[in-house]
Design a protein around this ligand. Structure first.
Ligand SMILES: [Zn+2]
Length: 310
């Protein structure tokens, strides 16, 4: 009897272990490299060569997030061609899907950032499972937009630097977030130029460009807005080529301020002052009217459940 009981307990323990390991097992999948790239490319001398191998992008998830992982993989495939304008990944990226927001905050080391849905570094993107973004889970376009934004961050770090040096390039927050928001076409989400003009008029000592880090947690709306519009101003005035030149200049050694001066032909501080003047004097046309608070670019827009067919 005693022996049987011990055996039964052993079986229960084994079952529990199997169940736990099944639940917590991390799965991994690799997104096929540049699905839309031709298998072969014509070189300048007319010979045919294999296209360069695309980036290795892995997705790590738990079994219960398998559907979310499928959304993420599709979003990555769609993002890659749109990222090509800035350069190519030269290192791998792992996208880790976290089961809930608390797990994301822990992985990103960003407590109290309720609006965050993801956090990107050089080689890894922490992502709150899209199935938890809204009550019904995220739509594919929402996942596409967020992944394009986050992958822009990782690509920027990889083009501008390497695994050891990317955190020391002094790339300002306005440029990091502005480039990601511009690439993912998230201007519709952020504070408008008119909102920004009003902010500077009413709070002249607070600057969402030079004090972005300090304002980020409490005023992410205006920080993302300033970042998006400053980056867009940079591209309209100097072209996307200036951004590519800036990234490549950093990859040769200089940090952001020096690389900016070299690539744009203007000191970073002087550029920011030009942009502030443009906003204050309302040099923009067709600026949006101040509106209600909008979701942040790292945050999916709230969805209204689609009406179901009768
Ligand atoms: Zn971002």
């Amino acid at each position: 009897m005693r022996h049987v009981k011990r055996n039964w307990n052993h079986r229960l323990a084994l079952l529990a272990l199997l169940w736990l390991s099944g639940c917590a097992r991390t799965l991994s999948t690799t997104v096929p490299a540049s699905a839309e790239a031709p298998a072969q490319a014509e070189s300048a001398d007319g010979t045919r060569q294999r296209a360069p191998v695309g980036p290795r992008i892995d997705v790590e998830y738990r079994e219960r997030d398998a559907a979310a992982a499928t959304q993420v993989k599709l979003a990555v495939e769609r993002a890659l061609p749109r990222l090509a304008r800035w350069g190519a990944f030269d290192d791998s990226v792992t996208i880790v899907i976290h089961p809930n927001h608390a797990a994301l905050e822990r992985a990103a080391n960003r407590p109290g950032h309720d609006f965050l849905r993801a956090w990107a570094r050089y080689e890894q993107i922490e992502l709150q499972s899209p199935s938890t973004w809204t009550l019904l889970g995220a739509s594919q376009p929402q996942v596409d937009e967020l992944l394009l934004h986050e992958l822009t961050h990782s690509l920027m770090y990889q083009v501008a630097s390497d695994r050891l040096g990317w955190t020391r390039k002094r790339i300002p927050l306005w440029f990091r977030e502005g480039m990601a928001s511009y690439t993912a076409e998230q201007g519709y989400r952020v504070a408008s130029l008119e909102d920004l003009a009003r902010f500077w008029r009413t709070q002249p000592t607070a600057d969402p460009l030079s004090q972005a880090e300090a304002l980020y947690q409490g005023r992410s709306d205006i920080v993302y807005g300033a970042a998006h519009h400053a980056f867009t101003f940079l591209v309209r005035r100097y072209g996307e080529a200036a951004v590519r030149n800036l990234l490549h200049a950093m990859s040769r050694g200089p940090d952001f301020p020096d690389a900016f001066a070299e690539a744009v032909g203007l000191q970073h501080d002087a550029f920011l002052e030009d942009f502030r003047r443009y906003v204050r004097l309302r040099g923009f046309k067709g600026g949006r009217k101040p509106g209600p608070q909008r979701p942040r670019p790292d945050t999916p827009a709230p969805t209204v459940p689609a009406p179901t067919a009768p």
